[in-house]
Design a binder for this molecule. Structure first.
Ligand SMILES: [Fe+2]
Length: 186
């Protein structure tokens, strides 16, 4: 599959997030994705982490046939990762997929974090398995990208501002094409 075809597939999946409710949060799924990516970019994150922030909830897109909730064997992060891996490579997929795990990690390791979750996010935490066990924390920290996954999670929690004005999907097309090229071997 050519980088242009991958880019078109990903852009279509993102565009289909417009107007989709984000649980009870005050932004739609597309605004949420764009705000998370913008936080990543302004924080100086590299291309893979910016794109993972943009695409972390892509499993919510009707173009990515995911399950309705996180009670199944794969949560929506893992479902998104499975879709992303052949398109944009293993690292983008892992970072995107780890955002549910990173929330469970932060709940286990930062007492203030759980208290700061939105009401919606606190409610979904239960379906996602609650706080990580000490063994799960150790396994998570053994992964090279765990700090980036935690950073993405914090942008995820910030990307719910109804008044934010951020660049649209077009701002990420060059990075998507370059990443698709690299995922195919660069
Ligand atoms: Fe999110």
């Amino acid at each position: 599959v050519s980088p242009d075809a991958v880019t078109a597939t990903v852009v279509d999946a993102l565009d289909a997030l417009v107007g989709l409710p984000y649980d009870g949060e005050p932004v739609d799924q597309l605004q949420h994705a764009l705000q998370c990516a913008d936080h990543a970019r302004r924080s100086g994150a590299g291309r893979e982490l910016v794109l993972a922030a943009l695409l972390h909830d892509v499993a919510r897109s009707p173009h990515v046939a995911g399950e309705a909730d996180d009670a199944g064997p794969l949560d929506h992060g893992q479902q998104g990762a499975r879709w992303l891996a052949p398109l944009l490579g293993a690292q983008v997929a892992w970072l995107a997929g780890a955002h549910v795990a990173a929330k469970r990690y932060l709940v286990a390791t930062e007492s203030a974090y759980a208290a700061g979750l939105s009401a919606v996010s606190a409610r979904t935490l239960r379906a996602q398995g609650g706080a990580m066990s000490p063994e799960e924390v150790a396994t998570f920290e053994a992964h090279d990208g765990w700090r980036d996954a935690v950073a993405l999670r914090r942008w995820d929690d910030l990307g719910k501002d109804p008044d934010a004005r951020v660049p649209g999907v077009a701002a990420y097309v060059d990075d998507l094409r370059e990443q698709a090229r690299c995922a195919a071997g660069c």
